[in-house]
Structure formats: C-alpha cells, structure tokens
Design a protein around this ligand. Structure first.
Ligand code: SF4
Length: 204
C-alpha cells in the first residue's frame, strides 16, 4: 500500500483543459526538472507544506464529481510537479476508481523508463510537456538532459498509441524560437507523434 504523499493542490471542474470531459486536476509536490519559468514553483520549494494525502483520501475527496466524470467521459488528471514519480500511489488510486474514470498524466517524461512502463498500464492518456527537443536548449531551460525523455516518448507512442499522447511544444522567450519549435515538431512527427499543443509562454 502507498503511504501519504505531498500534494500542492486539487482543482475541480476543468473543462477539456487537461483531458477530455470534466476533469479534476490533482498536483503532486516534487519535480526532477528546474525550469526557469516554472509554472508551479511550490513544487520545487522544500519548505512548502502542502497537504499529505493517501490514495484513499484523495479518492474520497474527488469522488464528489463522480457523476460529472461518468456523464462527460472525464476523470482525474495528475500533474505537479511530476506525477510519474508516484507510481505506487497512482496504481492504488486506479484500483480504487476502477476503469470508469479516465485518468490522465501531465508529465515531462524525464523519469526512469520503469516509471513510464508502469504508467502505460495506469493512464488513459498522456499530456507530455516536451519543451524542446534540442538538447542544449532543453538543458539551459530545465537544467537536465533530454535524452531519457525522448527515449521514453518514443516507447510511449508505440505502447499506448499516438492518439493517446498530446505533445506540448511551448515557445519559451529567451530560450527557443519558432524555428526551434518547428524542428522539434518535425522530429517528433518522425517519431510518430500526431497530436500537438503549441502555445507561447507569457513572461510577466
Ligand atoms: S516540469 Fe513543470 S513543475 Fe517541473 S520545474 Fe518544469 S514547469 Fe516546474
């Protein structure tokens, strides 16, 4: 059984923003990357208290929207932070909610391959925040190498099918250009990706 893990927040009633139908977003604390414009800096802050939840407690909390999930073909999207660092928790949550809810992972995929392999059996869909396929740009922006992420993505596309993987390609001010993004898209299309979400980061 999984113990309690630190979560940074739960947001209900999201409509087609991070999964199909009505979804609840549940965010884990902790991430292996250090993105310069991190959208959830609490995930990287050791002193952030968050809330410790077990799979059972989270299930009881989000079950309030069971009817919405079933009627609209929605469910729970796990983000963070990096949800794929919490495989035992996720496996137990799936056992609790059964197959009627759709579960999605918002992930960087920059995790050990064993986590991706396990996640393929848990989730219905993946939203993969690739950022950029150029290793230098990726390292400058996240502080990490992207080789493992690309290997994981190639395997995932094959294992779960391209229709179940949405690839996010942001334009990141001061780090990449339209031309870089276009190169990433070409490389990822060659790997088999078919669904892309391209958007611009707005730096305030
Ligand atoms: S992957 Fe997401 S949570 Fe992790 S550092 Fe980057 S923006 Fe922040």
């Amino acid at each position: 059984m999984s113990g309690a893990v630190k979560m940074i927040g739960i947001r209900r009633h999201r409509l087609a923003t991070d999964g199909e139908g009505v979804t609840t977003l549940a965010c884990f604390w902790g991430c292996p990357l250090r993105c310069r414009y991190c959208l959830n800096p609490y995930c990287l802050d050791e002193s952030f208290k968050g809330e410790m939840l077990t799979p059972q407690t989270l299930y009881e909390r989000v079950r309030i929207d069971d009817l919405y999930f079933r009627a609209a073909g929605g469910g729970v999207t796990f983000g963070g932070g990096e949800p794929l660092l919490q495989i035992p928790f996720l496996r137990e949550f799936r056992a609790l909610c059964g197959k009627d809810w759709r579960l999605y992972a918002e992930t960087s995929l920059n995790v050990p391959f064993s986590a991706v392999e396990a996640a393929a059996d848990i989730f219905d869909g993946f939203i993969v925040d690739v950022k950029d396929t150029n290793p230098d740009i990726y390292r400058r922006y996240t502080g990490r190498d992207n080789a493992q992420m690309l290997k994981n993505l190639a395997w995932l596309l094959d294992a779960v099918g391209a229709s179940n993987v949405l690839v996010r390609l942001p334009l990141i001010p001061n780090f990449n250009t339209e031309d870089d993004r276009s190169k990433s898209r070409t490389l990822l299309s060659d790997m088999g990706a078919t669904r892309f979400d391209e958007f611009d980061y707005v730096i305030r």
